[in-house]
Design a protein around this ligand. Structure first.
Ligand code: PHE
Length: 502
């Protein structure tokens, strides 16, 4: 029989009668433990040895725990200081005992609460007495800390470990010990003789150039072998979702828009035929900025938008007949949606005049003065998009969404009729949450009214939408709370493991 060198080394180091741990074999063979693990699994797969796994609980001292091993537990120091000041005879002021014990900062509170818990004495009106019969030397927590510092797997009672854990003095974990035993086939193989083959683990340019690759034996990868986890830096799940969205939309023929986060109400709302007294335009919803009004808006466009608001657009159009102030239109706020970018692009001021057909998108941040809850943040990312073409219908819009969401494995989106001042018809999109089964709103869309497109100088159809990136990420990752995705509540394991691509 022929085996790769490392497997032969492990086979020879293993025994049929004694379990040998990976570490023992590593020391004996001079191989790295992970190499031994790989070889042991290969040998197991060939039936030459068996691998047993034992899981044990571990408890390691934290920095604080280690400090107390050296300095003594704060409550013990308090007790001894009290004793030194005669607090077993008569009460001594706390300040003196604390000074004598040399405790400060958070250690004072730690000392006081544990002193009382362990019955080392009493504290009353700022004075401390110690119980001369108490025996800190017999304290099980101190003994456990010392034993853990000594290493070698001391047996510590669960209750004591729990207590040390809750005090933050130990970190508990699990360790897996693997050990190897030869099988009968393994013994037979060794008896009949095994020849070592030199295996090559990497194909190099030299091997290729010399033609040697023809004769060497390549190591096989065991993709199922355990390996230590490596968690390096990685892009945040939301950023990865945004990148994926961009790839998908570019693949669908869209071009990316960009523009200011702080913009005039004109681009954010007026162009969208949002009446100036609409509730969303009040200070309740809007983050107003104390900056100069926006000067650089084409005069003629302002007049056309104003006229659409006042008198309507087209032959039988009708406006709001409500007050419209240019001053308000020029005020600057954080954008509450990225439809402001769509307005800029459709008006032509962001670049060249656009001729149909056109497709544009952005994946950008928007700001709303909402109330935080599991599905709302004050800032979030909107996936904005629009298609400009002749004769668009709701079917085109639905088809675009089905195509888009299918790229994320979402095939059951639902549509609900909706109202927006700027689109007609309009509908909202819903998706089913994979964990809770709840229908959550994932977007809003429609075909722009001519009160919007007319003043911008666009005379064909434009269908448009705003989708919520965070909601899409909730559907793809299964996160149940938007705050699991980012912010202080986000779980590091989730951020490490969440998958984005399909
Ligand atoms: N601006 C809308 C929102 O924020 C989304 C939208 C954009 C709807 C374009 C229709 C057309 O909800």
């Amino acid at each position: 029989m022929r085996l790769p060198e490392r497997q032969l080394a492990v086979l020879e180091a293993a025994s049929a009668t004694d379990e040998r741990t990976i570490d023992e074999i590593a020391t004996e063979t001079g191989l790295k433990p992970e190499t031994v693990v790989g070889a042991a699994f290969d040998l197991r797969d060939e039936g030459l040895c068996s691998v047993a796994e034992r899981t044990a609980e571990t408890a390691d001292l934290t920095d604080e725990g280690r400090r107390y091993v050296d300095d003594g537990l704060p409550e013990t120091r308090l007790y001894r200081a009290g004793l030194a000041l005669g607090a077993d005879e008569s009460a001594v002021s706390m300040g003196r005992v604390i000074g004598e014990a040399d405790l400060d900062g958070p250690e004072v509170d730690i000392a006081l609460s544990n002193f009382a818990r362990k019955g080392f004495g009493a504290i009353d009106s700022g004075e401390l007495t110690v119980d001369a019969d108490a025996d800190p030397d017999a304290d099980s927590e101190a003994a456990a800390l010392a034993a853990l510092a000594g290493g070698d797997d001391p047996a510590v009672e669960d209750a004591v470990l729990d207590q040390l854990d809750s005090r933050g003095l130990v970190d508990r974990g699990e360790s897996v010990t693997r050990s190897v035993t030869l099988t009968d086939d393994g013994v037979d193989a060794l008896m009949t003789g095994v020849e070592a083959t030199e295996t090559v683990s990497e194909l190099t340019p030299e091997l290729l150039a010399s033609g040697e690759w023809r004769d060497v034996e390549f190591a096989e990868y065991n993709v199922e072998a355990d390996a230590p986890g490596v968690s390096g830096g990685r892009k945040h799940v939301l950023r990865r979702t945004a990148d994926r969205v961009k790839d998908v939309l570019v693949g669908m023929g869209f071009q990316e828009m960009e523009g200011p986060h702080a913009d005039s109400d004109f681009w954010i709302n007026d162009c969208l035929f949002m009446p100036q007294d609409h509730p969303a335009r009040t200070h309740w919803d809007r983050f107003a900025l104390d900056v100069d009004p926006m000067e650089s808006i084409p005069e003629e466009l302002i007049r056309r938008v104003e006229s659409a608001h006042r008198d309507g657009w087209g032959e039988d159009g009708d406006g709001y007949h409500s007050p419209w102030s240019e001053e308000f239109a020029r005020e600057v706020a954080l954008r509450g949606h990225t439809t402001s970018l769509s307005m800029r692009y459709l008006s032509g001021i962001a670049g060249a005049e656009l001729e149909p057909p056109q497709r544009y998108f952005s994946v950008e941040k928007v700001y709303r003065n909402d109330t935080l809850d599991p599905t709302h943040l004050l800032e979030f990312f909107q996936i904005e998009g629009w298609v400009m073409a002749e004769d668009l219908s709701v079917r085109d819009l639905m088809g675009t969404f089905e195509e888009f969401y299918r790229q994320f494995g979402i095939t059951d989106i639902r549509f609900k009729p909706h109202y927006n001042p700027y689109t007609e018809p309009s509908f909202e999109l819903f998706g089913e949450h994979p964990e809770t089964g709840e229908e959550i709103e994932i977007g809003n869309s429609g075909v722009f009214r001519e009160e919007v497109t007319g003043p911008l100088g666009v005379d064909c159809d434009v269908m448009a939408w705003g989708l919520a990136l965070e909601r899409l990420a909730m559907l793809t990752t299964g996160a149940e709370d938007i705050r699991d995705l980012h912010g202080t509540l986000a779980d590091i394991e989730f951020l490490r493991d969440a998958e984005v691509s399909y």
